[in-house]
Design a protein around this ligand. Structure first.
Ligand SMILES: CC(C)(COP(=O)(O)OP(=O)(O)OC[C@H]1O[C@@H](n2cnc3c(N)ncnc32)[C@H](O)[C@@H]1O)[C@@H](O)C(=O)NCCC(=O)NCCS
Ligand SMILES: Nc1ncnc2c1ncn2[C@@H]1O[C@H](COP(=O)(O)OP(=O)(O)OP(=O)(O)O)[C@@H](O)[C@H]1O
Length: 292
């Protein structure tokens, strides 16, 4: 979405904060998912170039899925603005998941993204409506309004994340959200900003840098599910090495990133949680940039 298009849907709220309507925020969330998809090389993940470590999904399926879930993001903005609690947000999130599964014939394209981006959308609504105290980051809004309910609420007993929690004690997507998305704010966003200096004319390179930085840091339950603790360690180490040897700041960065991608595919590893956090970092950056 262009800045001009954004500014058309801006209106002032009574308390003076700039505010985009739910439809505009949903479009930003969908755009963030599309940008994540259009990023390559992204270790083991699906992109517009290849399907990484996945046999059952491709870019077209991800696009269909993103279009399907977008209206639910708008509903979550409105729900947050209306001051509704975690119970109502959960109902909308589960409806979004069901619509996604229906559109993809049962393939889990965006469960983690529905959850994380969905909570950020609700936080946007709550903050814009003045329900979140002094103006603060969307992650802080999520943690302060809904953090406890996220951890205490019903869990999916048989998800891969639940198994990783039982076997490895991993906090996964819920803990990341309940703590206000520390990996988004301390790793993803700073990496996007750092890479904007190293590769100012290459936004895809900036997204690759953020993706690798996130993989190096996140305890990703998708990696644990597919590769156990050895797989998680391998992935974090490979991503860290890429960043430490200059990230996207060197002329051969694309070959180096591709070699890591190939090594993940050879091991069937897929860091889906980092992909979600990359999309969320892009979303928060777009909200911040648009609001200035
Ligand atoms: C919390 C969710 C994601 C389930 O998590 P769980 O770990 O049990 O399931 P599952 O393994 O299927 O999916 C987790 C997904 O999160 C992502 N993820 C994995 N690790 C991480 C991590 N460390 N940090 C962030 N995301 C991660 C991955 O994409 C993964 O596929 C969610 O599906 C859920 O409970 N939804 C209920 C609806 C709800 O509460 N919605 C809130 C409003 S939208
Ligand atoms: N570009 C991407 N490529 C792959 N996964 C992604 C991408 N973007 C986000 N993800 C996340 O990764 C998760 C899918 O991971 P995975 O394939 O492990 O799911 P699964 O169907 O639960 O597992 P498996 O295929 O091993 O049975 C989704 O929840 C999604 O949010």
């Amino acid at each position: 979405m262009t800045a001009a298009a954004l500014s058309q849907s801006v209106s002032a709220r009574p308390h003076g904060e700039t505010w985009f309507d739910g439809g505009t925020i949903a479009a930003l969330a969908m755009r963030s998912l599309e940008l994540e998809l259009e990023t390559w090389p992204k270790p083991g993940l699906v992109s517009h170039i290849d399907n990484g470590s996945h046999d059952d999904m491709d870019a077209a399926l991800f696009r269909t899925s993103a279009r399907t879930i977008a209206p639910y993001f708008a509903a979550l903005v409105d729900s947050g603005a209306a001051g509704q609690g975690m119970g109502r947000l959960r109902v909308i999130g589960l409806e979004a998941e069901a619509a996604m599964m229906n559109a993809t014939a049962g393939i889990n394209t965006h469960r983690g993204a529905v959850f994380g981006l969905g909570l950020l959308c609700a936080a946007y609504g709550a903050r814009a409506a003045g329900l979140a105290g002094p103006v603060t980051s969307l992650g802080t809004v999520v943690a302060s309004l809904w953090g406890r309910s996220i951890l205490d609420g019903p869990i999916l007993l048989h998800s891969h994340g639940a198994r990783a929690r039982r076997r490895y004690g991993s906090g996964g997507a819920r803990m990341e959200a309940a703590q206000g998305f520390p990996n988004l704010y301390q790793i993803g966003l700073p990496a996007l900003r750092r890479a904007a200096l190293a590769a100012p004319n290459d936004e895809e390179a900036q997204r690759v840098e953020a993706c690798f930085a996130l993989i190096a840091s996140v305890e990703d339950t998708n990696l644990l599910h597919r590769g156990g603790s050895g797989g998680l360690r391998f992935a974090q180490h490979a991503a860290r090495q890429f960043i430490l040897s200059g990230g996207v700041g060197t002329s051969d960065w694309r070959q180096r990133a591709r070699a890591v991608h190939d090594s993940f595919v050879a091991r069937r590893l897929s860091p889906g949680g980092s992909a979600d956090l990359l999309a969320m970092s892009l979303f928060v950056k777009a909200c911040e940039d648009g609001a200035r």
